[in-house]
Unconditional design. Sequence first.
Length: 315
Amino acid sequence: MASPMWFDEIPPDQIEENEENPRQEFDEQKLDELAASIHSKGVLVPVTVFKKGERRYVLLDGERRWIAAKRMNLAKIPAWIIPKPDTVRNLEAMFHIHMAREEWSNVDSVQALAKLMEASGVSDPAELGIMTGKRESTIVEWQRILKQPKEYQKLIFDGTLPFNLFTELHERVIEPLRKERPSVFKRIGNEKKITDLFVQRRQAGYLENVTGLLRQINTIIHKAKDAATGEKESPHDKTIERLITDTRYPIEDAYEDVIGAAVETEKFVKQCQRLGQRLKILIKGELSPKEKKGLLKALRELSSIIKKALSILKP
């Protein structure tokens, strides 16, 4: 019975690149270093291929070694020859090979995942995680990119949009807004509209630090929930709505206004508590007529200010 895998030496020009491998770019410096190593010591680790036809092979593992060998015009390179895998097994093998060797870029990985999902019919993140060896959260992030319109995917793949934009936007803005300020979410529209507006904000230059700035919006959303009374509007809801719909409204300014107001309110509450404690101590003490008169005047003035504030703040 023939062995399912055998060793041979193959001319590099009889080997073809694997069409299922999405990698398109290599680090030229690393390729040069590998070529120098091969020139000195030869190809120490065989490539892995499967037969395509008479004296034709398809590469499964060892693309950098193969490229370096071709550049050096080597007559033959060592190779393990395995039975031809189906498309799904081919893609699964490459995911695991690249985890052990040189990782694919995020873009390469997303494109490979798209091919694997199409070939296998599997879309469940947990199952895809087992097939690829990747964390479920990573699969979810890649799938979120694949769900975007083609024009947004193109902007991700060519580096115009940062790879983490859609995941950060979903986790820090869209879902918190949907759950904590549903009325604001409904007024703005839907997830697609919010996504479109943030892509516009990024392209206009008002979302350079994606993670940091979206965290600030997330904090404002939480503050809005804390400041709201029951189902009523929060004083910060209009700020959130403007932040999302006005793509040129600086996020840092809104954050400073909201957090600044929250900090000042907290300080004032503590000062009022201390004032009450001090007043109790004064009342219990021995006060001269002059001191009593001064205290009464101060309390009347404070009482007038408090009445006005209460009439403004009254729900």
